[in-house]
Structure formats: C-alpha cells, structure tokens
Design a protein around this ligand. Structure first.
Ligand code: SF4
Length: 89
C-alpha cells in the first residue's frame, strides 16, 4: 500500500490540482478511509477497496468519473479492468 497522509483520498489530489470535488462525493463511502488504499502498487490486491465500493451509493457516478483514469480503483473497477474494457484502437 502506498503511504498516504491520514484523510487523503483520491479526490484530495484532485483538489490539490485546483479542481472541486463533485457533489456526489459527499456520499462516498471511501471518504477519509486512509486505512484502505484505492491506489495500490502494481501487484497489490484491489479487493479491499473493491469491497468498500460494493457498499457505496455513488458507485455509478464514481465509475463514470474514473472511466479514463489510468490509476486507482474507481466505482469498484481497477485500472486494469478499465483498460481491458476499452475498445481496441
Ligand atoms: S465507488 Fe468506491 S472509490 Fe468510488 S466513491 Fe464509492 S467507495 Fe469511493
């Protein structure tokens, strides 16, 4: 698991880059969950993050927001799963 400061989640980086969290994120189950990484190193399991996503009421919104993200678990999908579901160029 990557070392991240307590309370740091995927949208913290987005905010640091000057964007705002979308309104739906206030309902995200992962908010403030620094105990589970949603940005794992290559080869590390994504199952703990995905288990949290299964209970999240904004899973669809998150999956749409992260569909082109190259890293991290978004809407219960890993980066590899998103890459493999894209049509071949
Ligand atoms: S679907 Fe998963 S990553 Fe997305 S907001 Fe919900 S808990 Fe967080």
């Amino acid at each position: 698991m990557r070392d991240v400061p307590e309370g740091f989640d995927s949208w913290t980086l987005v905010e640091l880059l000057g964007a705002k969290r979308p309104a739906w994120h206030r309902h995200a189950v992962c908010r403030g969950r620094a105990d589970v990484s949603f940005f794992v190193e290559r080869g590390e399991p994504t199952a703990p993050a995905k288990a949290i996503c299964k209970t999240c009421p904004v899973r669809i919104q998150c999956a749409v927001a992260g569909v082109n993200e190259a890293d991290g678990v978004w809407g219960g999908t890993s980066a590899r799963e998103r890459r493999s579901s894209r049509p071949a160029a």
